[in-house]
Structures are given as structure tokens and as C-alpha cells.
Design a protein around this ligand. Structure first.
Ligand code: OSB
Ligand code: MG
Length: 387
């Protein structure tokens, strides 16, 4: 047996010396999705990416704010995140010396809420710190593996035939877990048909908060299909009803939207609201909180996996690094770049190997080159914030 790794220490994630932050560039870039992504709350045809570049002493770090244009997944939007970063977060960090991730997080933590905005900055800071150290992000945060296992999240399709065509395509590419988006009217019978065609695969479903406790009887029918988990069946901000629902289900509930912080994760586990945790670094406010939630799940032996927000390669590279931590024990929603975009903003693109894994880069920072000329060609707006 491997020795239990030491708990991550947020203050250990640091540049070689205190860092004076000189500028922060905010860039909006639109990429079309190869196919529309449909979930219980809506549909997306193109992704407006919000990319951040933090500058110190002529060196750069890249981050991504995963907010959507519309407040459907959470209350944040690209617009609210830009406002909060431009008017509050950037002024609190630019022109001052930051010693480490804990220092950065405590300055950002002076402001309530807006986790995706804060995470965008933390990501850029950790990439910059890693580059200055000449180490990979994975190494800086305490990553333990060289490959991460990945799955795919499939949007709601017009027919079961169309869905099954995609299930087969991604299984053939090696993906280790298939997640089906569900909603009332597109759930039990869809899952039954997919399961009957693929009796052995690791299969899960994600409702994105589309049900209420009154649907408990209906949701119990999903217990028949040997699912790995049911992700976020009830309201985005609920724990209490999830705990009641979990008691009536044999299938594990996994919470996504409801896990907004370390304390919420602890409360979810202590009340039995879930048995599995989905980590999204943007949803929890960045690496500082993500590392604490990771340590909590590792300590308590709770299965943890890395979720996705249809990120560009920049956010995806951060997810790959995060998922290399020892507590990530289930395949993540970290698909290859080609699952989303014809061309990604990093080179090389993220590739899924035939064994359903993505390699964790060992080179410095993100471990991918940001394709700045391509970014420029797709940029809708860019602004440079200074102290
Ligand atoms: O609920 O996990 C989710 C995408 C956008 C918003 C919410 C979710 C998702 C996904 C796709 O499931 C994950 C990905 O492939 O990036
Ligand atoms: Mg989800």
C-alpha cells in the first residue's frame, strides 16, 4: 500500500519569492461548439470563453473564468465576473506583493460570493507561480499521478438512437465513463435503453437540479440500472432534501451545484446529502478551496472526481492538473479538446489516449502553449487592468 500523502497546504502553493502583480488582462473569445450542448436548464451553441492573463515582471500566467453568458448553471455570468474582477478583485491584488495562494485567497475572500470570478484569478496565479518555479502546476499543487482517467458528459439528444451513437463513439475512443444528461420526460426510459445496450459500462446520470423531492418515487426507478451515481437531482442550493432522497435510493447521489465551498462539502457529507463529490474549481472559488475539499474527501474516503464547464484548453489543463491529486478516484468530465471545439486555444490540444486517460504534463506551468495568434483572431474584447 502507498503511504497516505500529506494533506495539501494552500500556503505551500507559492512563487519562489513574493510576487508583485503588474497587470491582469481580461479577454473574451468565442468558439463555436462542434455540436449544441443540451442540459435540463438550457442549450448552448457556442462558448464565450473568459480568459485571464496575469503578469508579473514580464512573466505570465493563464487562467479561465468558467461562468456562462447566462445565469443558468449558477448566478454568475461573464458580465458579472468581469465587473467584479475589474472593480473589486483586481484592485485588491494588483500592485501589491502576494506571498502564496493562501495570501491571494484571503485578499479575494474579503468579497462575498462570485467564486468563478475569484477562481479565474487563482488559476492564473497558480500557473504564473508554477512557471516561475519551473515546475508543472500538477507538481506545485501536489499531484500524484501521470495520467488521469476520463469520461464524457453527453447532452440530451432528440432520440435514443442519436444518444447511443454518441455513447458508442466515445466508448470506442476509450472513454472510461459515460454520463447522460437527464430531465423530466427524458430520463428512466432513456437510461433503461442505453443500459440494456451496454450492460457493463460505467454509467451515470446528471439532472442539473431538474427534480424535486416529490419525484422521489420516479427517481427510485433509476436504482434498477446499476448507475455509478445520480448527479444533482434536486435544487442547486439544497442539502436537506438531497439527504432525504439519498435515504430512499440505493444509487449514490453525487452533488455538483450544491458544493460551493469546503463547509458545504463537509455539511453535505455529514448530513448524508451525497456519497460522491463532483469538484469544479470554478464553482468553489479556485485552487485554495478546491485543495481543502480534496483533502476532506481524501481523509473521509469519499469518492471524488473532476467536473467540467465546457472549458477551453486553458481551464482544461488546470482540471487535468487538479485531477492528478491522489483523492480523485473516479473518471472526470475532462474530455479531449475535439469533443468540444474544432480548434482549441492551446497546442497541442488535450488528447484522450486509447486507454481512456489524459497525460498530466510534466513541463512548466499549464504544460501546453497558449495559441495567442489564434486567440487574437477570435477575440471579441480585451482589456488590460493595471494597479
Ligand atoms: O453539470 O456537470 C455539469 C457543463 C456545463 C455546465 C454544467 C455541467 C456540464 C457538463 C459538461 O456536464 C462537462 C464538460 O464536459 O465540460
Ligand atoms: Mg453536473
Amino acid at each position: 500500500m502507498l503511504a497516505k500523502p500529506a494533506a495539501s497546504n494552500v500556503a505551500r502553493v507559492a512563487p519562489p519569492a513574493p510576487l508583485r502583480l503588474d497587470a491582469l488582462e481580461l479577454r473574451l473569445v468565442r468558439l463555436p461548439l462542434l455540436e449544441p450542448f443540451v442540459v435540463s436548464f438550457g442549450r448552448m451553441e457556442s462558448r464565450l470563453l473568459f480568459l485571464l492573463r496575469l503578469e508579473a515582471g514580464g512573466r505570465y500566467g493563464w487562467g479561465e473564468c468558467v461562468a456562462w453568458e447566462t445565469p443558468l448553471y449558477s448566478y454568475e455570468t461573464v458580465g458579472t465576473a468581469r465587473h467584479v474582477i475589474r472593480d473589486y478583485l483586481a484592485p485588491a491584488i494588483l500592485g501589491t506583493e502576494i506571498t502564496d495562494l493562501a495570501d491571494l485567497a484571503s485578499r479575494l475572500g474579503a468579497f462575498r460570493g462570485h467564486p468563478m470570478a475569484k477562481a479565474g484569478i487563482e488559476l492564473a496565479f497558480v500557473d504564473l507561480a508554477a512557471r516561475l518555479r519551473g515546475e508543472s502546476i500538477a507538481r506545485v499543487i501536489g499531484g500524484a499521478r501521470q495520467q488521469v482517467e476520463v469520461g464524457v458528459s453527453l447532452g440530451i439528444q432528440p432520440t435514443v438512437h442519436a444518444l447511443d451513437e454518441r455513447v458508442r463513439r466515445f466508448l470506442e475512443l476509450g472513454y472510461r465513463r459515460i454520463k447522460l444528461k437527464i430531465k423530466p420526460g427524458a430520463d428512466v426510459s432513456v437510461v433503461e435503453q442505453i443500459r440494456s445496450r451496454h450492460p457493463q459500462i460505467l454509467l451515470s446520470v446528471d439532472a442539473n437540479a431538474a427534480y424535486t423531492l416529490a419525484d422521489a418515487g420516479h427517481l427510485r426507478q433509476l436504482d434498477a440500472f446499476d448507475l455509478l451515481m445520480i448527479e444533482q437531482p434536486l435544487a442547486h442550493d439544497d442539502l436537506v432534501d438531497h439527504a432525504k432522497l439519498q435515504q430512499t435510493l440505493t444509487t449514490a447521489i453525487c452533488l455538483d451545484e450544491s458544493i460551493t465551498s469546503h463547509d458545504r462539502a463537509r455539511q453535505a457529507l455529514e448530513t448524508g446529502a451525497c456519497r460522491i463529490v463532483n469538484m469544479k474549481i470554478g464553482r468553489v472559488g479556485g485552487y485554495s478551496e478546491a485543495l481543502r475539499i480534496h483533502d476532506l474527501c481524501l481523509e473521509r474516503g469519499v469518492p471524488l472526481w473532476c467536473g467540467g464547464m465546457l472549458e477551453s484548453g486553458i481551464g482544461r489543463a488546470h482540471n487535468v492538473a487538479l485531477a492528478s491529486l491522489p483523492g480523485f478516484t473516479l473518471p472526470g468530465d475532462i474530455s479531449g479538446s475535439r469533443r468540444y471545439f474544432e480548434r482549441d486555444v492551446i497546442v497541442p490540444p488535450v488528447e484522450v489516449a486509447p486507454d481512456g486517460t489524459v497525460a498530466v504534463p510534466a513541463s512548466t506551468g499549464l504544460g501546453f502553449e497558449v495559441d495567442v495568434p489564434f486567440l487574437e483572431s477570435r477575440t471579441e474584447s480585451v482589456e488590460r487592468l493595471r494597479p
